[in-house]
Ligand binder design. Structure first.
Ligand SMILES: Cc1cc2nc3c(=O)[nH]c(=O)nc-3n(C[C@H](O)[C@H](O)[C@H](O)COP(=O)(O)OP(=O)(O)OC[C@H]3O[C@@H](n4cnc5c(N)ncnc54)[C@H](O)[C@@H]3O)c2cc1C
Length: 403
């Protein structure tokens, strides 16, 4: 096994890496190995997300996000049906609670139509209550295509298919070094060396570092944004039937705190978006000197901080004061009280930031000799994963050395 030369090594056992490995192994017949740093698959973004199958409502028409979300969503529903993975296409409501949000709700509806959504329906305050009896809004939008699923289950199924097609999944195998040799590429991992002809970097929160390790300058830096959740206490689950979202601020890439019914039961409220002081920083006290030093010596960081400081302070305030979080949620469900929610988990988003201070909005996938690097795959990349994986496999097929 030590001497085996794989056609492709995929770095990262999250949903994007494993979907890519599935497409490479199943459709293109490559011998594939997935190298995952952690002992478990989907340990980071994929395993700590909201579990929403996004419709494609929010994204700029023609963008990679829009195209892959719409295509990926349908493929994901079909995949779940085919493999018996629990999911529910329950739809969601987006609720305007203030007159100033109505023009933005109009824009969202237009975007959704431009992205080919068929199930959009404008809702009066009474119609909002028919769908979500505890929600008070002045205008709303019902999005039929939205659903819920457990993305860890989906990832595990992708891996089963990789293995059925001759691929290998190696966990606890953090890639530490990448060297070009006469045979291709040699990867040093925490579980021994791996020889491959080509690689795909799907390392999420570490994708910029992995690119650099592979000799590719990413031209951006990953900045971690933690999203903290509360959970509704069981007696209050009936406050939420399915999914309830506010109208998002188009200046900010995150969607605002919302209510999400989970596929295995329970209701989450959140996530907020606070800058984390560590890339895999799931707690308020998580801190990494390396991550912070890298961030503060990056020009783009200060430009972003200057631009978003006010919004950022609001998010920190909500993070530390439950009352403020409850107030944000009460905009959607006025009768919700502090004792109705208790702290839940957290996820950390890998958000790419350019030296200009611009948050990279779209997916960013770059090619190099014998390599493909996925440098920005934020939400809705879990929804879009099957489609992204197929696109990367097609790219790889063209780019990689003849095998
Ligand atoms: C709070 C939150 C809520 C979200 N909600 C949704 C949602 O409802 N719907 C949706 O579609 N999307 C959602 N997203 C986005 C979605 O989860 C991500 O876009 C998606 O999971 C990205 O997958 P990935 O495989 O690129 O990254 P990850 O899941 O982070 O996987 C990357 C993997 O690479 C591994 N790795 C890193 N470095 C190395 C190395 N050197 N060697 C080997 N392995 C390495 C990591 O351990 C990790 O497992 C959410 C994200 C967050 C954080």
């Amino acid at each position: 096994m030590a001497n085996k030369i794989f056609d492709v090594a995929v770095i990262g056992g999250g949903i994007v890496g494993t979907a890519t490995a599935m497409a490479l192994a199943r459709t293109h017949n490559y011998s594939v190995i997935v190298l995952e740093a952690e002992a478990e698959l989907a340990a980071h973004q994929t395993g700590n997300n909201s579990g929403v199958i996004h419709s494609g409502l929010y994204y700029k028409p023609g963008s990679l996000k829009a195209l892959n979300c719409v295509e990926g969503r349908e493929k994901l529903y079909a995949f779940c049906k085919e493999h018996g993975i629990a999911h529910d296409q329950c739809g969601k409501v987006v609720v305007a609670t203030d007159e100033s949000e109505i023009p933005r709700l109009n824009d969202l509806e237009q975007r959704g139509n431009a992205n080919g959504l068929k199930g959009l329906k404008r809702l009066s305050p009474e119609e909002i209550k028919e769908i979500e009896p505890h929600v008070t809004g002045i205008d709303g939008l019902f999005v039929r295509e939205t659903g819920i699923v457990d993305y860890v289950e989906v990832t595990k199924k992708f891996c089963e298919i990789v293995e059925q097609n001759g691929g290998e999944i190696r966990t606890s195998a953090r890639v530490l070094e990448c060297k070009r040799t006469s045979d291709g590429l040699t990867l040093t991992t925490t579980k021994g060396p791996v020889q491959c002809k080509n690689l795909v970097n799907c390392a999420g929160l570490q994708s910029d570092r992995v690119a650099r390790m592979c000799g590719v300058e990413p031209g951006l830096k990953i900045i971690p944004f933690r999203g903290e959740y509360y959970e509704l206490v069981p007696e209050k689950h009936d406050l939420v039937k399915n999914l309830i979202y506010p109208v998002p601020d188009p200046q900010f890439p995150f969607l605002g705190v919302h209510f999400t019914r989970m596929i295995h039961g329970g209701v989450e409220a959140g996530p907020n978006a606070v800058m984390a002081f560590k890339r895999e920083g799931y707690h308020k006290t998580s801190f990494s000197m390396k991550d912070m030093v890298e961030a503060v010596f990056y020009r783009g960081f200060w430009i972003m901080a200057f631009k978003f400081w006010k919004m950022g302070m609001g998010e920190y305030y909500r993070s530390f004061f439950k009352g403020a979080f409850v107030k944000a949620l009460q905009r959607l469900i006025p009768e919700l009280q502090g004792e109705d929610i208790h702290p839940g988990g957290a996820g950390v988003r890998a958000q790419a930031l350019e030296p200009s201070g611009a948050l990279v909005d779209d997916f960013r996938i770059v090619e190099a000799e014998n390599m493909v690097h996925v440098l920005n795959a934020p939400s809705p990349a879990a929804t879009a994963s099957i489609s992204i994986g197929e696109k990367i496999a097609v790219m790889a097929n063209k780019n990689f050395a003849t095998m």
